[in-house]
Design a protein around this ligand. Structure first.
Ligand code: HEC
Length: 110
């Protein structure tokens, strides 16, 4: 087998392991709490895929408590802080540079 074939096999095996484990939580105060409480009904996928502000996470965690998640108010506060710190909206893309787009220039009328 060539070195390239070997590399492809090793890489493929590595990806398979990563996919089987699913997303992992970043370290933080409430990491264990989230891993323990928030995986009872669904995987971490939907948490790690979400991007919410602190008030949005509070609403989500309140909704999960109504769904049946077991958290004291103090634990819920820590979970909201943790989620809001790690799974927040990405900063908006920098504004496009002015004066470089043709579309913004007036169109000459015939
Ligand atoms: C008792 C079951 C249960 C537990 C425990 C639970 N969830 Fe959920 N979760 C659901 C259900 C059911 C849905 C889909 C329906 C809905 O949105 O309520 C959901 C959907 C979600 C969604 C996607 C919808 C949205 O509003 O963005 C997120 C994010 C989420 N859960 C986060 C969490 C977090 C964080 C925790 C831990 C605090 C948690 N869940 C614990 C049942 C649960």
């Amino acid at each position: 087998m060539t070195a390239t074939q070997f590399f492809v096999i090793v890489l493929g095996a590595g990806l398979g392991v990563a996919a089987a484990q699913g997303p992992t939580l970043p370290p933080g105060a409430a990491q264990q709490q989230v891993a323990f409480t928030c995986t009872g009904c669904h995987t971490l996928d939907r948490i790690c895929a979400a991007q919410k502000s602190a008030p949005e996470w509070k609403a989500t965690v309140d909704q999960m408590i109504r769904n049946g998640a077991v958290l004291t108010p103090a634990q819920a506060g820590q979970v909201v802080q943790y989620l809001a710190a790690h799974f927040r909206p990405k900063p908006p893309a920098p504004p496009a540079r002015r004066g470089h787009t043709r579309a913004s220039q007036p169109v000459a009328q015939p």
